[in-house]
Design a protein. Structure first.
Length: 451
């Protein structure tokens, strides 16, 4: 550990973002302290700080690869814990209204499907196994404390599990709190500008059920993604295999005014999807104990990267920076890839005269490149609904036409299909789809091929 940047860094939040950031930081600081307000258990269990964890989560191939780089062996541990391997696109029933079902080709893109609590538990165990990472549960952060004179950060004040106030000194504070409140409160206290925000009001509601996989389940697929047909069909669905031989199924509705309250109502809603695949799968399942609900009003990108200045030693990351519509399953993977970026920036900053300022500047100058691909893909799909709140880009119509042409080409051309899967799984940037070799293949497929 000869390339140390400082004595202690504090990470606020022990979710996927906080844990992955801690792994990246551990190589460059003597101590990494993770402060988490929730009580944590030794088993995979939901917690109050992540109310969405009782619904489907997807760790995309790009996110899985990033976590395995930060914590070598993570992928093996997750598989050993019971996660289900799924290969894109061989094991996936991908349903889209204009082209139907995409071909089941094997691109050797592997993911592991599991519940969010299991993914987080395996990652937490990997983090706790690192000698200089300390996890402090039931530690509620009160605020980031600036150094005297405002030159940088002093540390973090929090309430510990015994209800006592503590202040922990730090060279760097990483805000993975989810909402970014500690960073925003510090900016307010300093009378500095808050970041601009881009908001996309999706107003999406979830109804989720967990069922045992029926004995007569289809052998043609392991996972189903059924897209909506805006503006005509607002419902879409995700069916994911999880540990212990179960499916977790969500039906999402845009701008819904009522909940799906019962199993019968969920089955009836599944009949309104663009195909009967999910209904046919669920009609033979044993009814679950209940239906879970979740509401997500708005996707938000707080543009910290555009601020003229950010307090030295403070770094907002993951959901504190950018919150994606969770139906697109990008949040965990984006957080993991931000941690990989941080790892690269830390390596370069170690040789700088002021490494803390260098890592902060380096991260902020490059983080948009990590966020742009998932943000642009998800918001383009969301803005296709007329009721979605948010500014549509000037080229929005052209973007939607390109997407339709892309899917038409993917049906007939395995090269385009692979490129599209690699971008969707965050293995390649969105710009890959606009390279001349891919564009020629897309343009070679006439519009009538959609039929």
């Amino acid at each position: 550990m000869s390339g140390l940047l400082g004595r202690r860094t504090i990470v606020i939040g022990a979710g996927i973002g906080g844990l992955s950031m801690a792994g990246a930081l551990a190589k460059y600081f003597e101590q990494v302290e993770i402060l988490e307000r929730d009580r944590l258990t030794a088993s995979a269990a939901s917690r109050s700080g992540t109310p969405q964890d009782r619904h489907p989560h997807g760790l995309l191939a790009g996110g899985l690869r990033a976590l395995d780089r930060i914590f070598p062996g993570f992928e093996r541990d997750l598989a050993t814990a019971g996660a289900i391997p799924v290969t894109f696109a061989r094991d996936v029933q991908f349903e889209r209204p204009d082209v139907g079902v995409l071909p089941k080709r094997d691109f050797a893109i592997s993911v592991l499907c599991a519940t969010r609590p299991l993914i987080e538990l395996v990652l937490r165990r990997r983090a706790e196994a690192v000698a200089n990472i300390t996890l402090r549960p039931t530690s509620r952060v009160i605020g980031i404390v600036p150094a005297a004179g405002g030159a940088g950060v002093r540390g973090v004040q929090f309430v510990n599990g015994s209800g006592r106030f503590e202040t922990l000194d730090a060279d760097l504070v990483v805000d993975a709190s989810g909402r970014g409140a500690p960073t925003l409160t510090l900016l307010d206290a300093l009378c500095w500008d808050r970041p601009q925000m881009t908001e996309i009001g999706v107003d999406i509601t979830y109804a989720t059920a967990v069922v045992e996989i029926p004995p007569n389940a289809s052998a043609e697929w392991k996972l189903v993604l059924t897209l909506p047909d805006p503006p005509h069909v607002a419902l879409n669905s995700v069916l994911v295999p999880t540990e212990d031989g179960r499916w977790i199924i969500t039906i999402a509705d845009h701008s819904a005014t009522t909940w799906i309250e019962t199993w019968d109502a969920l089955l009836e809603a599944s009949r309104s999807l663009i195909t009967p695949t999910v209904y046919n799968a669920l009609r033979y399942a044993e009814p679950p104990e209940g239906i879970r609900h979740y509401r997500f009003p708005v996707s938000t990108w707080k543009h910290f990267e555009r601020l003229p200045r950010l307090h030295r030693g403070v770094l907002p990351v993951a959901d504190a920076f950018c919150r994606f519509n969770p139906i697109h399953a990008q949040g965990m993977s984006s957080a993991a890839q931000q941690a990989r970026l941080l790892e690269d920036v830390l390596h370069r900053a170690a040789d700088e005269p002021d490494p803390i300022a260098a890592l902060q500047t380096g991260f902020m100058s490059e983080v948009a490149s990590v966020l742009e691909t998932p943000w642009n893909m998800s918001t383009s799909a969301d803005l296709a609904f007329p009721q979605t709140r948010g500014e549509r880009p000037d080229n929005f119509a052209e973007t939607r036409e390109f997407e339709a042409a892309l899917f038409r080409a993917a049906v007939t051309d395995p090269v385009v299909h692979r490129a599209m899967m690699e971008v969707a799984q965050l293995l390649q940037p969105y710009s890959r789809l606009q390279k001349p070799d891919i564009m020629r293949r897309i343009e070679a497929v006439p519009a009538k091929a959609a039929a």
